[in-house]
Design a protein around this ligand. Structure first.
Ligand code: ADP
Ligand code: MG
Length: 231
């Protein structure tokens, strides 16, 4: 979010609550993400990760906040399935809704960045699953979002493709510097990619750690024991 001075302020949620009937899924959750910070969100299946992400994406009108909910203007979302429109060519998917000068040039640049130069006129169904997720990443970054939300974006890919996508996502984020909230159930993925790891449990953020220096980022670190216990 840009303030009056144009300064980026990141994400701030205060006491965010979400209930489905009597089931309290998010129980007064507090979370801040600094501009450019990469946060991985872990938690057991059903712990509320997608619910939190949908709230931040503005896709959920029934969240209740006792406090503040501050989300940047430019937010983009990537899901496990690419959600490309099959009746539009790859480039048209990338620039759909993009409000910027020279959208087709920008879209082609974004495709080149994800390793798909020359595939502008392909149809989504002509691409592999990994390539479709590359297009989804290009689409999510072409508008220079301040916040990128990703809900298990590599969950449906094979192991080797997933590793390649990790390298790609890291490079893209280094270049574009969005704040990132990446939902994953893969602790190794979280360690590889994130500056910070938060774990949802019992409706609350139960763990909030920074894995530390690059060469100490191994899942065998003592700090990870508490993360693994909650997964
Ligand atoms: P996660 O992404 O961590 O696996 P979700 O956020 O999808 O978990 O779901 C958290 C809990 O909220 C689950 O118990 C789920 O059944 C419930 N839930 C999510 N969406 C709905 C909904 N639309 N109606 C009722 N319950 C829901
Ligand atoms: Mg989910």
């Amino acid at each position: 979010m840009a303030t009056d001075t144009g300064e980026l302020t990141g994400v701030r949620i205060d006491k965010l609550t979400r209930r489905f009937g009597d089931h309290v899924v998010l129980d007064r959750v507090d979370l801040q993400i600094a501009p450019g910070e990469f946060v991985a969100l872990l938690g057991r299946s059903g712990s509320g990760k997608s619910t939190l992400l949908r709230a931040l994406a503005g896709l959920d009108y029934d969240v209740a906040g006792d406090g503040e909910l501050r989300i940047p203007d430019r937010v983009s979302v990537v899901f496990q399935d690419s959600r490309l429109l099959p009746w539009r060519r790859v480039l048209d998917n990338v620039i759909l809704g993009l409000r910027a000068p020279n959208p087709r040039e920008r879209g082609a640049e974004a495709l080149a960045e994800v390793g798909l130069a020359g595939r502008e006129r392909a149809w989504p169904t002509e691409l592999s699953g990994g390539e479709q997720q590359r297009v989804a990443l290009a689409r999510s970054l072409v508008g220079e979002p301040e916040l990128l939300l990703a809900d298990e974006p590599f969950g449906a890919l094979d192991a080797l493709t997933r590793i390649r996508m990790h390298g790609l996502l890291r490079a893209l984020c280094k270049r574009h510097q969005p704040a990132v909230l990446l939902v994953t159930h893969d602790v190794d993925e979280a360690v590889q990619l994130a500056d910070r790891i938060v774990v949802l449990d019992g409706g609350r953020i139960a763990v909030d750690i920074r894995p530390g220096l690059p060469d100490s980022r191994t899942p065998r670190d003592p700090g990870f024991q508490e993360v693994r216990e909650l997964l």
